[in-house]
Design a protein. Structure first.
Length: 350
């Protein structure tokens, strides 16, 4: 069941939207039989719930590699997300591990949606999906001897809602986060599914994220991706992600008595067209701190794209779930992450 057809017609009521049916990002397998590297699988039990995960490990893994945690959307498994978003070839080329986390049996009752979408108030540093994902991340850090200052999380759709929670609750774990077709911290389904309903101000969301960081506060780099024709998660919510984190990071800078703030207007704007058949145009806005070589915040607006992973598999069977005409979101996210090293107060750019 889909919320919109290829002409963007709304077909379901808000009640159905709130069940998460519209956040489907399932995709068919696209991995070839000659791929190098291996897939490790495992489980993690939290209370009465058991979560699963897959990890792609390149065949030639360097010492102390980076780790990217990928969080799928509704109606999608870790394996489906892994085969759709094309992170593995980049990890194979550049030598980092990708952890694809999966939900517990409880998630089957909510269309495999993460609680960051449906019940963000139930999440915290010590409870819910956020705590379980953090625990699975720590398992991967130990198992693969990951550089603990180079751990990143990126989520798609309901996974993106979850990722914004991870950024606030675990800034001591994740050096940076990526939010694809999601919403700001604690801005769940009500207000950012279907029509845009700003039920709470961005300033309040920013303050809540700052409070959630508690004693682990640091400037958190964030990259966002959103199609401006998205009828499932409104484009306004994607823009609010960046503004919320700009304000949250500025609260951190104020608490640190830093002399500079992240400006409200982007410090750089670039335009492009995806180098793919019938490639979509896009705009990249960047916000840099004073004299930093890396952007602290970046927003990719993909023009004419609906609720899809940008630049995923070109397999025709994946066309309903990924838009292969868009820029390669996996590559852009890794380019953003790869230069960022976590520090106690923010990040170091290399």
């Amino acid at each position: 069941m889909r919320v919109f057809d290829h002409h963007g017609t709304i077909r379901l009521s808000l009640i159905v939207l709130l069940t998460g049916l519209l956040i489907a990002t399932a995709a068919p397998s696209t991995a070839g039989p000659d791929d190098t590297g291996r897939i490790d699988t495992g489980t993690y039990t939290s209370g009465v719930l058991t979560y699963g995960y897959e990890a792609f490990v390149p065949g030639d893994l360097p010492a102390n590699p980076a780790l990217v945690v990928m969080i799928h959307g509704c109606k999608t498994t870790a394996e489906q997300q892994r085969r759709a978003n094309l992170l593995d070839p980049i990890a194979r080329r550049d030598g980092f591990v990708v952890l694809y986390v999966d939900g517990s049996p409880l998630h089957l009752l909510q269309q495999r949606c993460w609680s960051g979408l449906l019940a963000p108030a139930s999440e915290s540093r010590a409870s819910g999906d956020a705590a379980a994902i953090a625990a699975m991340t720590r398992l991967a850090i130990d198992r693969y001897h990951v550089d603990s200052d180079r751990v990143y999380a990126v989520g798609m759709s309901s996974g993106a809602y979850e990722t914004t929670l991870l950024g606030a609750y675990f800034p001591d774990l994740f050096a940076a986060i990526g939010v694809h077709s999601g919403a700001a911290f604690d801005h769940g389904a009500l207000g950012c599914v279907g029509p845009y309903l700003p039920t709470v101000s961005t300033e309040q969301l920013a303050a809540q994220a700052f409070s959630a960081e508690t004693g682990y506060r640091r400037v958190l780099p964030v990259i966002g991706f959103h199609g401006d024709a998205d009828l499932a998660v409104p484009y306004e919510c994607g823009r609010e992600v960046i503004e919320q984190w700009r304000q949250t990071d500025n609260l951190v800078l104020a608490a640190q008595e830093a002399p500079q703030r992240i400006p409200p207007r982007p410090t750089g704007i670039a335009e492009g067209v995806a180098d793919r058949p019938e490639g979509l145009s896009y705009t990249v806005e960047s916000w840099r701190q004073h004299e930093s070589d890396c952007p602290t915040l970046q927003l990719w607006t993909i023009h004419g794209m609906a609720h899809y992973w940008s630049g995923g598999s070109a397999d025709p069977d994946a066309a309903e779930f990924t838009d292969a005409r868009g820029p390669n979101a996996a590559q852009a996210a890794w380019e953003f992450f790869s230069r960022i090293h976590r520090t106690d107060t923010g990040f170091r750019c290399e």
